[in-house]
Design a protein around this ligand. Structure first.
Ligand code: C2E
Ligand code: CA
Ligand code: CA
Length: 747
């Protein structure tokens, strides 16, 4: 026998991370990060554009201011010379010598039209080259482009204005070292790049860090040539700038030179059509960007991590919640096995997934578990259930589904190739005897089994079949197990046949009533009759034992009860009409009908329809119906009584009604079951029937004994003081017509 530990217990499932959606969150975050970095990059570009433009403007403005300043100084000098304050060059030089330094001039020079003259620092100048250039413009102070100094090796720029000295036209020149402008063009920008002062032909007058050595080098050519390889369209951009500068426009653009990208801004100085051109390489952005990107990626990662953690947290708590719901829905808290829902769901799957021919469904019931509960208490009985469930699961083959599907019923489904009878026998023996703590408990177990057929799919039907099998043994002392067999299969088929034609039988009036008379023991006169049903089917009469249990199961009995009730009322009405006489008729009320709320209202309606007084009718309610825990029995009985019906307790002695309950019931008659006259030791006074007689006397209700078949029984029943007798001794159940004759004779 297989005693290995099984895996049928429903364990806490490990939490599954839903990688996919966590991944989705992650990817979305990464995409957002990329988008963000792109955005930052854009911002940085805009930022650099803005910066370079501002820088260029500032440089141009400063240059302009400083040149304007120097120009006005020259203007002032010429004005005072023109006013005739000075007679000689020396006087002029002397007067302004001190101011020169403040304006960054290195020297003053005064030349005539031939280019001859002197300088303020004592040099003689002869035939100054291109002297005409300085005499061309007379109205304004002229500022020359770079030219080599005549007295030093420096590049210089010259501010000049023509004036009259002693009636001779001369030119006053103030010389400035070109390198002085450099301070204004200033420091190199960030990284590679720089600032250039150019004229409108692109000739570089100054560059901030002296890259362009050759005199009068052209900035455009320099740029284009310096960076190779440079694509044609990039060179084009330089040409565009050249054209724009020619047209006195300003602008900003970026251009890819070699491997570097440069940002360029060109700005008018507003002097001599000079331009300040500022360039910056994207190195600076790259550095800035790298830092930014690193910090944003860091930030994104942290956010990402947080979000992922949150996602995981939400996911886990969701699963926890689901798990809780799952437990409530599927797990039996006492045994930790699955419950009925679990069994049905998973059992159905089990039926489908394997096609082998050796599947069994087995149900185990503890007989009289309620009594055990009363005896040992719930805590201990829960222990019993737990151990029984575990044992069951351990003793059936592996790969089983074992559940507790109701109070004291367990079900298991498994596949087994060995001898099933042996297995069930072992199971029975094992489950009967449990050890709980130090206590040996003997259980009264009933096992029903069904071998699953290939076509079987409906787990409910299979459960029913195993119940049916189990019902074959329940109640017997030497109970064991029962494997659903051909006999049951035939019964089932029979049931199905009956079920398929019962409705039709009802409308075809196949159900009829026969009456069994009841006789007073005192005078042997008629005491009434019990209405009993018969089914006339295909020329045969089917006794109630063949169909009533089934109708009770499928509730068709409720319809049938009403039908019988109405037929009896009809008969009573006919007899009243025909004989001006109505015997009391007992009608059986099924347990199922009795448990239906307000069933009596329907009966009252029928009575009214046929003008029958309820007191002519005695309702037989079985003792077992009166111990139904689910309804308020007393209330129902009182309701019946209130309508005027008589009430008998049928099959008395077979149930377990308590004396205290009986005392409160508004009943008229106790109907003692046939078994007591069968069993009765008719000579003994101590038998049960005597006891029942004692109770009924105490309660003040009448008694009737049914199943009296012979004279001996009749005399015994009479002797113990029973009021009424029903049985073959006086009459079997007879047809309506025969009963009419009978009551006319015995009334
Ligand atoms: P019950 O209510 O206990 O009915 C008494 C049964 O005992 C009847 O069987 C009757 O024929 C039988 N009987 C009466 N005297 C003797 C006797 O001396 N010896 C023997 N051996 N039997 C005797 P029946 O008619 O076969 O009915 C069986 C059961 O079917 C009834 O038991 C009742 O529970 C049920 N039943 C019958 N008719 C109806 C009905 O119309 N409605 C409902 N709900 N149940 C009915
Ligand atoms: Ca009865
Ligand atoms: Ca009975």
């Amino acid at each position: 026998m297989n005693t290995k530990k099984q895996n049928q217990y429903i364990k806490e499932q490990p939490y599954k991370l839903h990688i996919l959606w966590i991944l989705a969150v992650f990817i979305i975050m990464i995409l957002l990060s990329i988008f963000y970095v792109g955005y930052i990059k854009d911002l940085s570009y805009q930022h650099v554009y803005q910066n370079i433009k501002e820088l260029s403007e500032q440089t141009a403005t400063q240059l302009n201011l400083s040149i304007t300043d120097q120009k006005s100084f020259v203007e002032i000098m010429v004005e005072s010379i023109d006013r005739g304050y000075f007679k000689t060059e020396e006087e002029i030089f002397e007067r302004y010598q001190e101011d020169l330094e403040a304006y960054h001039f290195t020297r003053l020079v005064i030349l005539d039209k031939q280019g001859n003259g002197i300088t303020s620092d004592g040099h003689q100048v002869r035939n100054y080259a291109n002297i005409e250039e300085f005499f061309q413009q007379k109205d304004e102070v002229y500022l020359s482009e770079n030219r080599p100094s005549t007295v030093s090796n420096n590049q210089v720029n010259i501010y000049s204005k023509v004036f009259q000295l002693n009636e001779e036209e001369k030119v006053l020149m103030a010389t400035i070292n070109t390198s002085d402008y450099k301070d204004i063009l200033l420091r190199r920008l960030f990284g590679k790049g720089g600032t250039y002062l150019i004229n409108n032909n692109g000739t570089v007058l100054i560059d901030s860090f002296g890259n362009i050595k050759a005199d009068n080098a052209n900035l455009y050519e320099y740029i284009k040539n310096r960076y190779t390889p440079t694509a044609e369209e990039e060179k084009e951009k330089i040409d565009d700038m050249a054209r724009a500068i020619k047209n006195k426009q300003i602008g900003t653009f970026d251009v890819k030179l070699g491997t570097d990208t440069y940002f360029v801004h060109y700005e008018k100085v507003n002097i001599n059509d000079w331009y300040v051109v500022t360039t910056a390489s994207d190195d600076v952005i790259a550095n800035e960007l790298t830092a930014l990107i690193i910090s944003s990626i860091g930030l994104c990662l942290v956010i990402n991590l947080l979000l992922t953690l949150i996602a995981i947290y939400i996911d886990i708590s969701n699963q926890k919640q689901n798990h809780k719901l799952y437990k409530v829905a599927y797990i039996d808290p006492i045994t930790l096995l699955g419950n009925e829902v679990y069994f049905k769901e998973n059992g159905s799957i089990y039926l489908q997934k394997q096609s082998d021919k050796n599947k069994y469904i087995v149900t185990v019931d503890i007989n009289k578990f309620k009594a055990l509960n009363n005896l040992y208490g719930y805590g201990f009985c829960n222990q019993i259930l737990k151990i029984l469930g575990k044992k069951l699961a351990d003793y059936v083959p592996t790969d089983n589904i074992t559940c507790r599907i109701s109070n004291d019923i367990f079900a298991t489904i498994f596949s087994y190739k060995g001898d099933i009878h042996k297995l069930l026998d072992t199971l029975f023996k094992e489950l009967c005897n449990l050890k709980i703590g130090d206590m040996d408990i003997h259980l009264n177990i009933a096992i029903g089994a069904y071998k699953v057929k290939l076509k079987d799919r409906d787990i409910n039907k299979l459960l029913d079949k195993s119940y049916m099998a189990r019902a074959q043994i329940k109640g017997l002392y030497h109970n064991n197990y029962y494997l659903f067999d051909e006999k049951l299969e035939n019964e089932l088929m029979e049931e199905q046949k009956i079920e398929s034609c019962m409705e039709e039988a009802l409308s075809n009036h196949e159900f009829t009533i026969i009456y069994q008379p009841k006789t007073f023991t005192s005078n042997e006169k008629l005491a009434g009759a019990e209405a009993l049903i018969r089914w006339h089917k295909d020329g045969e009469v089917i006794p109630p034992s063949k169909f009533i249990p089934l109708f009770e199961k499928n509730k068709f009995i409720i319809k049938l009860d009403l039908y019988i009730f109405e037929q009896v009322c009809k008969d009573l009405a006919v007899w009243r009409e025909k004989y001006q006489y109505m015997p009391t008729v007992s009608i059986n009320v099924s347990k199922e009908h009795f448990a239906t709320e307000n069933f009596i209202d329907e009966y009252v309606k029928i009575c009214k329809r046929y003008h029958i007084e309820p007191r002519s009718i005695d309702l037989e309610i079985t003792e077992s119906a009166t111990i139904d825990q689910n309804i308020d029995v007393l209330k129902v009985l009182r309701n019946i009584k209130a309508q005027g019906f008589m009430i008998s307790i049928d099959d008395f002695g077979t149930g377990y009604s308590s004396l205290s309950m009986l005392q409160n019931m508004p009943i008229d008659i106790i109907k003692i079951d046939k078994v007591f006259v069968d069993k009765a030791d008719l000579q003994s006074n101590n038998n049960i029937i005597n006891y029942i007689m004692f109770i009924s006397k105490h309660l003040g209700v009448k008694t009737i004994v049914e199943g009296v078949e012979n004279k001996e029984q009749m005399e015994f029943v009479k002797a113990i003081g029973c009021h009424i007798i029903q049985g073959y001794y006086y009459s079997k159940p007879i047809t309506k017509e025969k009963f009419e004759e009978y009551f006319m004779k015995n009334k």
